[in-house]
Ligand binder design. Structure first.
Ligand code: NAP
Length: 310
């Protein structure tokens, strides 16, 4: 028996994934057919991007699982036509990309690199850079990416606190959880990094009230999802001087519209959802391993809890 795998993503992604997915599936020893189009009633697995064409799964009557190429699943998790297990992407490429992006932006603000880069004017301005151990950084979200980032920042010497929904223990990191833990995590955060999923519980988590808990001069870095922050409250906190800077990779509307106030704000840095891209080689191995597991009757990796929303 052969397994039929439908690749449902934007057409530009197919040339990037066809080779890696084919190689990874061959390495499982399964017989398979991999294509961007096949009769819905013959599809066993769907490799899924939310930017692809497929929104209604009801015609896929023999579907066994949907395997998301994205880590964030907010666009599919509540889809009522999806009746089979949903997995999300957790892999080396996403973890390493996120570590590098967050570390770069944390160091930019920690060392105030802009003060030198933007002032090459012949004036010698001596100053002593702080050490990372004197810089409290809070990571909101201690999942696959939050844990990796927390570990990397602690490795650089930062004083790291992490916040999650349920209690987590991570060597070298101060951890807090739940609503009461949030206040403690924010009160000490000179830099706060958002690595939470977009769920009904996390929407507008950073709002006027919670932003006010941050110490004056704090920096917000959001590579998580746009709806985690109340945009108007963020702009007000920047304008009042309560916040020093916001570095934002994700937005409620993407691409961020050209007339959005974030683009022109002197204390906002916009990056175009590039913090951590899914890399075809490492992602294909995760997808193929999950198909192998499903065919062998083994538990799937990175299964989404659809009630929880992530
Ligand atoms: P994950 O493994 O599912 O981890 C999510 C973390 O958030 C967990 O620690 C979870 O707590 C915590 N959390 C969820 N709801 C919460 C709540 N209501 N209160 C407190 N904590 C809560 O996700 P991940 O793989 O680390 O990815 C995180 C997010 O990064 C993704 O959902 C996606 O939106 C974003 N992302 C962005 C990019 C980019 O390029 N910008 C790339 C990849 C991912 P528990 O530990 O208690 O479950």
């Amino acid at each position: 028996m052969s397994v039929n795998v439908l690749f449902s993503a934007p057409p530009d992604d197919w040339p990037l994934y066809e080779g890696p997915l084919g190689r990874a599936l061959r390495a499982t020893g399964l017989r398979f057919k991999l294509a961007t189009d096949m009769p819905p009633g013959q599809v066993d697995y769907i490799v899924y991007s939310p930017k692809g064409p497929l929104q209604d799964f009801s015609a896929h009557t023999r579907l066994k699982a949907v395997l998301s190429l994205w880590a964030g699943v907010e666009r599919i998790v509540a889809n009522p036509t999806l009746k089979v297990p949903l997995t999300r992407m957790v892999d080396h490429g996403l973890r390493q990309g996120m570590i590098e992006w967050v570390a770069g932006h944390v160091l930019r603000h920690h060392l105030d690199i802009d003060a030198h880069v933007l002032n090459q004017d012949g004036v010698w301005r001596p100053c002593t850079p702080p050490l990372a151990e004197d810089r409290p950084v809070t990571i909101l979200g201690l999942g696959a990416l939050g844990r990796a980032v927390a570990g990397a920042l602690a490795g650089l010497g930062f004083d790291v606190t992490g916040w999650s929904r349920t209690p987590r223990r991570i060597e070298g990191i101060r951890t807090v959880h739940g609503p009461e833990g949030l206040a403690r995590a924010l009160e000490r955060a000179e830099i706060v990094v958002l690595l939470l999923p977009d769920t009904p519980e996390t929407e507008n988590l950073l709002n006027a009230e919670t932003l006010a808990l941050l110490p004056r001069g704090a920096v917000v870095i959001n590579p998580g999802r746009g709806p985690l922050i109340d945009d108007a409250a963020l702009l007000a906190a920047l304008d009042s001087g309560h916040l020093r800077h916001a570095t934002l990779d994700v937005f409620r509307t993407e691409p961020l519209p050209p007339d959005h106030p974030f683009w022109a704000h002197p204390r906002v840095t916009v990056t175009p959802h590039v913090a951590a891209e899914t890399r075809p080689e490492s992602a294909a191995r995760v997808i193929a391993e999950n198909i192998r597991r499903a065919e062998a009757g083994e538990a799937l990796l990175h299964l989404v809890d659809r009630d929880r929303g992530y």
